[in-house]
Design a protein around this ligand. Structure first.
Ligand code: CMP
Length: 146
């Protein structure tokens, strides 16, 4: 199972890349794709198509295009649920302490990170940012302990 994670411009500009990736590494999921990108309008609109028409849609598109983004693909058993738990609730003000948003975000607009919410969503989102050839298959050295 795979999931897409984006560290959004606030996470990159606030130097949280290392901290965020460390949490995924420590938890035991496998990082199989990673890049620093500028999200263009086409990708932004495709990624957030499900939110088109909502009041926050325009600012969401502006936000994701406003600075560098780290895109990554994580792989592992139950990786979607595990990742969503580590990320925390959408609204940083309500996210539990200990989660990424709970520790670093205090609102819903700048919530640092995006993670796919289902298998179907991951299958839709990953190809927006990665070609299959950019995803690297390998086994973690500690896999028998996870
Ligand atoms: P994300 O997980 O990237 O998915 C959609 C994003 O829309 C969400 O994180 C927030 O950054 C943003 N957003 C802004 N307002 C809302 C809202 N009222 N409900 C859900 N998402 C919102």
């Amino acid at each position: 199972m795979r999931t897409l994670v984006l560290i959004k411009p606030d996470g990159v500009m606030r130097q949280k890349i290392g901290d965020i990736i460390t949490r995924f590494e420590n938890k035991g999921v496998t990082l199989i794709g990673l890049k620093l990108i500028s999200v263009n309008k086409e990708a932004a609109e495709k990624h957030y198509a499900v939110h088109k028409g909502k009041p926050f849609y325009d600012s969401l598109i502006t936000y994701i295009m406003s600075g560098p983004v780290v895109a990554m693909v994580l792989e592992g058993k139950d990786v979607i649920d595990i990742t969503r738990k580590l990320v925390g609730a959408t609204n940083g003000a309500k996210a539990e302490p200990g989660t990424i948003r709970g520790d670093f975000s205090s609102g819903i607009d700048f919530n640092l990170i995006h993670a796919s919410d289902s298998i179907e969503t991951a299958q839709y989102e990953i190809p927006i940012f990665f070609k299959e050839s950019e995803l690297i298959k390998y086994e973690r050295a500690d896999k028998n302990w996870l």
